[in-house]
Design a protein around this ligand. Sequence first.
Ligand code: HAM
Length: 740
Amino acid sequence: MVGEMYAFKDKGNRDISLRPELTAPVMRWYLNDMTSAPKPLKLFYYGNCFRYERPQSGRYREFFQFGAEIIGAPLLAADAEIISLADACLRGAGLTGYQLRLGQIGILRGMLEKLGVPNDAWAACLHFLDKREFEELRRLLDEKGIFGEKVDALERLAGMKGGSEVLGEASKLVGDLDGLAYLKKLAGRLETMGVRGLRFDLGVVRGLDYYTGMVFEIDVPELGAEKQVCGGGSYALAEVFGGKPIESTGFAIGFDRVMLAMERQGGKAEVAGPEVYVVPVGDEAVPAAMKLLASLRAKGIAADVELMGRNISKALKYADAIRAKRAAIIGAKELADGTVTYKDMKTGEQSVVQLSLEQVKVGDALREARAAFAAHSYENAIAACGAALERLKGEGDTPETRKERVEALKLLASISMVTGAWVETLGYLEHIIDLTSSGSDPEAHLGALLQYGDILSKKGKWQLALGRFEEAEKHATRNGQGELLGRALVGKGTVQWRLGKAGEARPCAERALEFARAAGDDLLVGRALALLASTSFDLGDYDEALERNAKALESFERAGDAAEVSRVLNNMGETYCITGDFQRAVREFERSLKIAKGSGNKRNVGYALTYLASAYISNGNLIKARNCALEANEMLNGVEDPYGRAYLTLVFAQIFVSQGKLDEAFKRFEQAASEMQKLDIPYDTGTVQLAHARALSTVGDQAGARTLLKSAAKAFEAAGATAMRDITRKELEKLGGIGQ
Ligand code: HAM
C-alpha cells in the first residue's frame, strides 16, 4: 500500500499523502471521540480515496468508497453481520452473479510460522501471495533457506478454493488451526442469514497489513482484471494508533466499480418509489393534502405530493411512473367526510381512512389539545382529544395507553366544565373513575371522584355527592394522600352542612383544616374555614362566623381565588344582615361585587348584585335595590344556576312588597320557595317562607303567615340552622301560633 500512496510535496514543501482508504480515519475518530460510546459501534461512510496506481478501466487515482465498520462486538457475530451487509448492498444495487470469496489470514500466517519463515519476512511473503507473484516469493524464501516442498505446500494452501471440502484439505496441510474452525462456523451463520454463493478462498490476503482474522473479497467477473468490487475483514488498528485493542471488522465497496458492473450487466437498479403519493383533487384539497404529506413525513414514511395540479388520472400515471406504492387521494368527498382514499398502485385496491386518524399520533394530539385548551380554543381541544381517543382504540390496554386515555378524558372533563356542559363532564369523570379503579393511577382516580362530588354538590344533588366524597375519603385515607383527603373532607362536610347536619359537618371541616394546613394549601384552608364559619352561622354564633370568614378571606386572597373571595364576602354580608348591620353588609357586598366584576365571572357578579339588592331593601333604599336586582337578572341570564335565579326571585318578591305590588310579590315568593325545595336547600326554603310570612303578616293575613312560619321553622330545623329556627319560632309565638 505504501507504494500506492498518492504522496507529494505541496507548495510549502510539506510531505502530503491523500487518504487511500477510510478504515484508518474511522479508527482514529473512534479513538479520539468514541471509546466510551455504547458498544457495538456501527459506522458507515462514503467518500473519495486516492491511490497512485497506473490508471486503467476500473482502477483510478481518485475513486469512491462506501464502507461500514463494526467496533466492539464479538467477532463471529460482527463478521457475519458485515458480510451479509456487503452482500445486501450489492444485491440492492441490482448486481447478480458476483462471487464472494472468504478466507482467514491467520491460516496463511500459521503456515508461514510452521515453515519457519522469520516474522520480519511475513509481510513481504503475504504481499507476493496477494499479487500472485510466486517467482518473487520463491526467491525471497530461498534466501531464508526455505525451498522445495515447503514452498509448494504454501502455494498449494494459497491456491485452495471451493466449498467446505477446502477446510478439510487445508487442515491436512496446516493441522487443526483455529482459523479453519472459525471459517466453518462463520459460513454456517452466513447460510442462515441468507448469504448465497459463498466460496472459501484461502489465498485471500488483502493488500492492507492490518487484517488479523477473517478476510473476504467480492468479484464481479464481467469486470475483467479489476473485478473486485468489495473487500474487507477483521483487523487490529486501535493499538497501531496507541489505543486499547478492540474487535473491529468492516468492508469497503468500490463505488466506481459497482457503477461499471451495473453498466456491464445491463441491469437497472430498482429505484424505490415513495411509499405514498398524495394527490389533492382541486385547489380546495391542497391544504389538507399538504397537512397529510407533512404528517406522513413526520412519521418517517417516504411520501411525495402532486405539485403540478394535474387531473387525477394524470397524477396517478405519474405516481405509477415513479413507482409509488400507494396513492392518497383527497377530493371533494374526502374533504367533506374528513377522509383520505388510499389506492394500492399494484392491485388498484382502495380503502378509505379517517383523516384525523391518519394524521394523528396520540402524543401529538394530546399536546395539541393542551395547547388549544390553554388558548381557550375549546372546539379544537375537543377535536384533538377525540382524535387521541380514537387512535388509542386501536392501541390495546397498556399502562401507557391507559395514562393517555385518562389524560384525554381529563382534558375533555375540564373543557366541558368550562363550557358549562356538566352532564358531559360527569360522563368523562365516570369514565376516568372506571379506568383507574384498579389502582393504576390513584391520583387521577381521586381527582375525578372529588371533581364529580364537587359538581354534584353544586347542582344540589347532595346525597349522590356525599357518596362520591365518602368514596374519595376512603381512597385518600388508604393511600395516605393528605391533601386530597382534606378536599374530600371539605366536600363531605359541605354536603353534610347543606343537609342540615352542622354537627357532623364541623368535625369534618376541622380535620380538613388540619390536612390543608399541613399541605400548605391556602385554597383548601380557606374552604375549610368558610365551612366552619357556615356552621357557626347556623348555630347563631355570628361573631365566630365573621371571625372565621375573615380568616378564610385571607387564605383565599393568598390563593388568589377571586370567586372564593367574593363568596366569603357575600357570606360576611349575609351575617351582617342578620345582625342588622346593613351598612356593613352593603360594604361587604360591594367589595364582593368589585372583585367579581374584576374577575369577569358573570355568575359571581350576579350573586353579589342579588345580595346587594337584598341589603338595600333592608336599608330602605328601594331604587338602588331595584337597579341591582335588574342588573343581577341580566348577569344571571344565560348562566345555568337555578339557585342564583331562585334567590333573585326572592329579592324581586321583596321589592314588590316594598312597592306594594303584593300579588306580584306573593307569586314570586311561591315560585322561589318551590325552586328552593326542588333544589333541596332547606335553609333557603326557610328564608323564602319567612320573608313571605312577614309580607303576609303586614297585609293582615295572620293565618297564612302562621302556616308559612311553621314551614319555615321546620325547614330551618332540617337545615340545622338552629338560630334561624329560633327566630322564626319567636315570630310565630308573637302571631299567636305555637312556637314548638
Ligand atoms: P480495499 O480492498 O483496498 O479495502 O478497497 C475496497 C474497494 O475499493 C476495492 O474492492 C475496490 O472495489 C475499490 N478500489 C480500491 N482501489 C481502487 C482504485 N484505484 N480505483 C477504483 N476502485 C478501487 C479497503 O480499502 C479497506 N479499507 C476495506 C475495509 C474496511 N476493511 C475493513 N474495513
